[in-house]
Design a protein around this ligand. Structure first.
Ligand code: MSP
Length: 667
């Protein structure tokens, strides 16, 4: 195995907002890249986190009447949770208020100072708190920062960094590494900016204290961008860390176009000054608008990743974001585009191939996979050759597009294989072969095997993009996890991975059709219910009396332990959902029909209608409390209770992995 290290980062997000689709997009792109490299057999390390210092945060905390640290704790958590919500598999989450980070920032400072690049001076100029950036008179647009944010005149003693010293070195670096900054159009803008000659920058502040103290001068705190950019190495343990040894400089910084100058100019110069190698690549993506408008707090139009995932599922949300716009370009998030893509590409094209294949395998072969077929077999025909060629071309295209960060074209390439599969079904017409009986039995076997083989390949390819649905598919068609690698999808692997004779899943509904309108925007700034409670307590917003009451209740609760015999009275078993529909008399409820083994079907009412659509429940393997006394719920007799975790929008059914059959006990 090639264990080439790959390191991918997101910007660390400011803790002055809760996550929206823009943040989710960057994190998702980084996650997809990380998963892609793992699929290639590389060792990938994926970092994200929060940027917690600076005047902006200090002011935001003051406005809400809490300490900056409390404010940071409150707003960092949703960014950490964002990863789980969109199914991002980060290796670490760094916060700039952590001691491990502060230590490395101070070390960076000392290294730059030791190199003669820091001097004390006086700063007088325009500062935009929102951008945490200084501007010269010439850079202002109508008296404001280029971003439109207000600026204030600041005069204070400040340490400066000799950025000017690095103009030539940086230009030479750009010249020698033409792909250092992507896309090239943006790299050219940066180059033109540097060519005008870099000016020294102020890197410390004395007028506020929420920051990392400057070594040996605690009157000053470090400028937030020196602090923030250093996260990329502090999370690796700094220049002497083991992770640093392994993953630096194999770094790929995924950022939004808004912060390219900091990453492509300041960061390389800081690193050169500190005597450290530069990251491998900086990739800037474009900006999302929502229904044609800029996202803003006042408009309340920010797409909330939590709501989007509750409405369409994490994988469909991921698919849309990566497929809708070329990475690097701006794009618009509209409900109609979201629904159209999900329904036509996921539910129809992909869903169709999947349903037809598993449906026919069930109908004609009782879901048992026929014997392997390979391109070397004499039965291999023109039709198969066409299919294989399309798959090999799609594979080449996928590698090419992924190495250029063109996620939308990578997905497009995968979908050419999906279409080729649907075309193969139409041309091979398995239903006609089935009608011909024994005479065409071998041919039918071949077609069914090839279709499952194609699904296996699509399943492996989609692992970085649709991680949980891809996994579900691969498990349903019994693909051994040790073979989930890109190498196993080469055309000469065709027919060598899946062994015939196994019984596969008889059906799988991966992507239900979506119907609008969907509720996707966030109307309030509330963090999460549980966090709000903990915070309220921390902030003293829960009265002492209420708190004491809560504690008393908790200690009484712990006294109420049960005997093991009591536990054995519970009959919790595996149940498979075979049908689901809206409850006729209650919006909140769904009426499910579940298979509990031994040919018994039960009706169960569950309060999950706000989280699940009926179609996506079919085939789910859930936990059923089977000996709960049957009870009429809004006119329908419910025979048991399905177990779920959590509440509200984040509630999810407890699912049982493949293995135990319907009716088997859960202990
Ligand atoms: N804290 C700095 C980054 C420091 S990195 C060393 C910062 N934080 S931020 O919270 O403002 O996040 C900015 C990033 O969020 C953007 O670079 C981009 O990745 C993402 N986005 C925020 N809004 C976005 C859109 N509307 N569209 C796409 N991405 C957006 O800047």
């Amino acid at each position: 195995m090639n264990t080439k290290p790959f390191y991918v980062t997101t910007p660390i997000y400011y803790v002055n907002d809760v996550p929206h689709v823009g943040h989710a997009y960057t994190t998702l792109a980084a996650d997809t890249l990380s998963r892609w490299h793992k699929l290639l057999g590389h060792e990938s390390y994926f970092l994200t986190g929060t940027d917690e210092h600076g005047l902006k945060i200090e002011q935001a905390a003051r406005n809400t009447g809490v300490s900056p640290q409390e404010h940071a704790d409150r707003y960092s958590q949703p960014f950490r949770e964002l990863c789980g919500i969109i199914d991002a598999e980060n290796n670490d989450f760094i916060r700039t208020t952590e001691a491990r980070h502060q230590k490395v920032v101070q070390e960076m400072w000392q290294r730059m100072e030791a190199n003669g690049d820091i001097y004390l001076g006086e700063y007088a100029g325009w500062y935009s708190v929102s951008d945490e950036a200084y501007f010269t008179e010439d850079e202002l647009v109508n008296g404001k920062a280029p971003s439109g944010h207000p600026v204030e005149w600041v005069v204070e003693k400040s340490y400066f960094f000799r950025l000017s010293k690095y103009t030539d070195a940086l230009l030479a670096y750009f010249e020698a590494h033409p792909d250092f900054v992507l896309p090239h159009t943006r790299a050219n803008e940066i180059k033109r900016f540097v060519e005008q000659g870099l000016k020294d920058i102020s890197i410390s502040r004395t007028s506020f204290s929420w920051g990392i103290p400057v070594p040996n001068d605690d009157q000053h705190v470090t400028y937030v961008w020196v602090d923030a950019l250093t996260n990329y190495i502090s999370a690796l343990g700094g220049p002497n860390g083991d992770l640093y040894d392994k993953f630096w400089p194999a770094a790929h910084h995924i950022i939004g176009k808004d912060i390219l100058r900091f990453h492509a100019v300041f960061w390389p110069c800081f690193l050169m000054s500190a005597g450290l190698p530069l990251p491998k690549q900086i990739i800037a993506h474009g900006w999302w608008t929502v229904e044609g408008e800029k996202m803003s707090k006042s408009k309340g139009n920010a797409i909330d990743p939590l709501k989007a995932v509750a409405a369409v599922g994490a994988d469909a949300f991921r698919y849309f974001l990566l497929r809708e716009i070329p990475f690097g370009s701006d794009g618009d998030f509209s409900q109609s585009a979201l629904i159209t893509r999900i329904n036509s590409e996921l539910a129809n094209d992909y869903g169709n191939l999947l349903n037809r294949t598993l449906g026919m395998l069930k109908k004609y072969r009782k879901s048992v996979l026929p014997q392997e077929v390979s391109p070397k077999d004499t039965s291999w025909s023109e039709l198969e050759e066409q299919l294989l060629n399309t798959v090999s071309e799609a594979r080449q295209e996928l590698i090419k597009q992924m190495s250029n960060y063109r996620f939308h074209d990578a997905l497009r390439a995968i979908w050419t294989a999906v279409s080729a599969g649907n075309k193969y079904v139409d041309s091979a017409a398995p239903w006609t072969l089935a009608k011909a009986g024994d005479e065409k039995a071998k041919e039918l076997d071949k077609v069914l095997y090839n279709l499952i083989e194609l699904l296996r390949i699509i399943g492996v390819w989609t692992l970085p993009f649709l991680p949980s649905k891809a996994k579900e598919l691969l498990q349903a068609i019994k693909v051994d996890e040790s073979t989930w690698s890109f190498a196993q999808t080469m055309s000469d692997a065709w027919g060598t991975v899946l062994k015939g004779g196994q019984e596969l899943s008889s059906g799988l509904a991966l992507f239900p059709r979506i119907e609008g309108p969907l509720e996707l925007t966030r109307k309030s700034q509330v963090v999460t219910e549980t966090q709000a409670k903990t915070l309220a307590k921390k902030e003293g917003n829960i009265s002492k009396k209420e708190d004491q009451k809560g504690q008393k209740q908790a200690s009484e609760d712990t006294k109420k332990t049960i005997e093991f015999e009591d536990f054995t009275k519970l009959d919790v078993k595996v149940a498979v959902v075979v049908d689901a529909e809206a409850h006729p008399n209650a919006d909140r409820l769904l009426k499910l029909s579940v298979d509990v083994g031994e040919a018994e079907l039960r009706t169960v009412c569950a309060g999950i209608a706000s989280v699940y659509k009926p179609a996506e429940l079919i085939g789910k393997r859930v936990a059923l409390l089977a000996n709960l006394k049957p009870r009429k719920i809004r006119g329908i007799l419910s025979q048991g209770m399905i177990l779920a975790a959590g509440e509200g929008e984040t509630m999810r059914l407890v699912e049982v992995p493949e293995g135990p059959k319907a009716g088997e006990g859960i202990r």
